[in-house]
Ligand binder design. Structure first.
Ligand code: GRG
Length: 302
């Protein structure tokens, strides 16, 4: 327990949040001994024992800034991570990206079967809303209701699922910068934004200016995440990524690298990082973890 005034190093803080997220997720997922066992096994396989937990880390960083309790943030973090896990299961299926490797192990439809993967994704999605709604989070029920609505919009046709639809329709096309940004603000950005804003909403009500700053930070980091994902897909190897490298080029997908080239995409990431950090400046030390997470998103190896 860190009970001194000295903050944990970023590495230790990250490890602590990843560990408590793993425990919280294991606690909300149905036990594999409960019927239907195979479905519950597949859900646990999809969620546990892998992943960087970027969205839970962002939720905790924003929640800490807003003075939320760690237990409340855990619930928000689990809800967002369950949506993320469901999206990966469905994205990997033959009708979408058709991938066999995720987080260094066989994808869910390969390890189980397509019908189980489809159902596991469906059930993870509904479990996310159960976790967010079944007990009070924070002191204000209206704020909690707003969280449920926010997560629904961020995951749905005006958020992640809509972005995925645009992505699937864009194969083989060369998108301009504005179109690429529109797609990624929805596909990847909406859920990352939800992680930050739901984390913050689990705490004390922030002022309008503070919320607007957090929202801008989250929007930039969400897009930044995708720019870096495109760079890693083009420049890193499969063993490091734990998923198949070079898929974007193989699938003829428009990316920041195909649009700008590697060097310019890297410069764009650095410019966006500076923007994200500048937005946080008025929060001072309260935004330390959010600032460190923006650095991590840009400089991560996978
Ligand atoms: C199927 C509705 C539906 C949506 C899928 C997010 C998404 C939409 C698909 C994932 C495909 C992909 C590779 C997107 C690029 C950015 C991204 C979300 C990467 C994976 O997220 P990480 O790096 O994964 O946070 P880990 O494994 O660390 O959790």
């Amino acid at each position: 327990m860190n009970d001194t005034r000295t903050p944990l190093s970023f590495t230790d803080w990250m490890a602590q949040i990843q560990q408590r997220t793993e425990t919280a997720l294991a606690g909300v997922l149905p036990e594999p001994t409960i019927a239907p066992q195979r479905l519950h096994e597949a859900m646990r396989y999809a969620v546990l024992g892998g992943g960087k937990r970027v969205r839970p880390l962002l939720a905790h960083a924003a929640g800490e800034l807003a003075g939320a309790s760690a237990a409340d943030i855990d619930r928000v973090a689990c809800a967002v991570e369950l949506i993320h896990a469901y999206s990966l299961v469905h994205d990997d299926m033959p009708c979408m990206d058709d991938d066999v490797l995720r987080r260094g192990k066989p994808t869910v439809h390969v390890e189980y079967d397509e019908a189980t993967a489809l159902l596991a994704g469906d059930a993870l999605q509904t479990l996310a809303f159960q976790v967010l709604a079944e007990a009070p989070i924070g002191a204000d029920p209206a704020a909690q209701l707003a969280m449920v609505a926010h997560l629904a919009v961020a995951s749905g046709s005006r958020g992640m699922a809509g972005g995925q639809a645009i992505d699937l329709a864009s194969v083989g096309m060369q998108l301009g910068r504005a179109e690429l940004e529109f797609m990624h603000v929805h596909k990847t950005g909406a859920l990352i934004r939800a992680a930050v804003l739901l984390g913050a909403r689990a705490g004390q009500a922030l002022g309008a200016d503070e919320l607007a700053r957090l929202d801008h930070y989250a929007k930039v980091v969400g897009l930044l995440f995708q720019v870096v994902d495109d760079i890693l897909d083009a420049a890193a190897d499969t063993a490091t990524l734990g998923k198949t490298a070079g898929k974007d080029a193989e699938n003829d997908k428009p990316t920041y690298v195909s649009l700008l080239g590697l060097a310019e995409a890297r410069q764009l990431a650095e410019d966006m990082l500076a923007d994200a950090k500048a937005t946080l400046r008025p929060f001072g030390a309260r935004a330390l973890r959010l600032e460190q997470l923006a650095d991590y998103v840009v400089h991560r190896a996978f």
